[in-house]
Design a protein around this ligand. Structure first.
Ligand code: SAM
Length: 339
């Protein structure tokens, strides 16, 4: 990100942590429910669901977004669980995109419900969309996610392309012996389509059915992709995340690598996370958080809620403590935090 002041995005940001990072990006998980059970995200057996009353209402989330904006938040991503399973999500997206101060509102989805909703999501003002897709093979997709939904997701991606979402990012968690034989296919997908393929390193978070032994780190993925063609670096725009971006020579799209483990990007992390049950987290990879819900529901003032934002920001660790040996894990589940 460089010096945020150069690009104007740090101006007015009160959320500056001890490392002088300007936290202007809020990722909001609107539900812990998901219509898939991905191997690397969900444990064996039943997962306890948050009681309905524990989940923040859209009005409560919007109030927190406005408080965040007053402190300098300029970018919001809606995630989950699976955001598209929550009733009313499209109206909620429209309310977010109407907020003048937000420079960017985006959505992360598994794409299962995208095809029938894509036009309404676009009409709600969303342009940037991330779709998680870990296999291009329907059988393997069902093995990874627990559901035979590849066709629905692919149709959703095609629909998003027709409608004009830009960019369409495809998130791939590459795992050894599971989908690593498709790394090149995903790379090739960027040749003839304007997709931004994002390879995300598996992170040991909560209980799942994969382990760090299955993890493939970026240097290996990148070396494999480089066998297809020359990888030309693409520079990041100010609304871009931590991905290191490249374009295969002659490609319409891009490939990018999100390397939480092999290459810490903590030094320029600008993110805060709001969980579906109203916890504010300063780091995906630390269970440290502050609850906002009780204060929100017991008549807390905007000033008091803002103070919690400031406190969480001051407690943001300089660096996360996960290492590739997988020894340190985060106890909370990813579907509750939102990725
Ligand atoms: N349901 C939505 C989806 O699938 O995109 C949004 C929530 S999901 C938790 C957000 C992202 O987190 C997905 O791209 C998913 O692949 C990623 N993810 C989940 N568990 C992960 C893990 N253990 N390591 C790395 N990425 C993970």
């Amino acid at each position: 990100m460089g010096n945020p002041f150069e690009k104007g995005i740090g101006i007015g940001c009160e959320l500056v942590d001890r490392e002088n990072r300007h936290l202007n990006y809020l990722r909001i998980s609107i539900t812990d429910r998901c219509n898939l059970r991905c191997l690397y995200c969900v444990p064996e057996g039943r997962i306890p669901k948050l009681p309905h009353g524990d989940i923040l209402s859209y009005e409560e989330i919007l109030r927190l977004v406005h408080i965040g904006i007053g402190l300098g938040i300029r970018k919001v991503r809606v995630t989950g669980g699976e955001p598209l399973v929550r009733k009313g999500v499209i109206d909620f997206l429209a309310q977010l995109t109407r907020i003048r101060e937000l420079e960017d509102v985006s959505l992360t989805t598994n794409g299962v419900l995208l095809a029938p909703n894509a036009q309404r999501i676009f009409d709600a003002g969303i342009r940037r969309i991330n779709i998680s897709l870990d296999s291009l093979d329907a059988v393997k997709y069902a093995q990874i996610t627990g559901y035979d939904q590849f066709k629905q997701v692919w149709t959703g991606i095609e629909r998003a392309l027709e409608i004009g979402f830009m960019p369409i990012k495809i998130n791939v968690v590459a795992m050894r012996g599971i989908n690593d034989d498709e790394i090149l296919d995903f790379g090739r997908l960027s040749l003839n389509h304007p997709f931004h393929i994002r390879f995300i390193e598996y992170m040991p978070i909560g209980n799942s059915r994969t382990s760090s032994r299955d993890q493939i780190l970026t240097p290996e993925i990148q070396a494999r992709i480089a066998t297809i063609g020359e990888l030309i670096p693409v520079s990041n725009g100010h609304n871009d995340g931590p991905a290191r971006r490249f374009c295969l020579k002659g490609a319409q799209g891009e490939v990018g690598f999100i390397s939480a483990l092999s290459q810490h990007f903590c030094s320029h992390c600008n993110r805060l996370r709001l969980t579906a049950d109203g916890k504010l987290r300063a780091c995906l990879l630390s269970d440290h958080h502050a609850p906002l819900r009780e204060l929100l529901r017991s008549g807390g003032s905007d000033g008091q809620l803002a103070e919690i934002f400031r406190i969480v920001v001051q407690q943001k660790a300089a660096k996360h403590r996960l290492c590739p040996d997988g020894m340190t894990t985060v106890k909370d589940q990813m579907q509750g935090i939102g990725g």
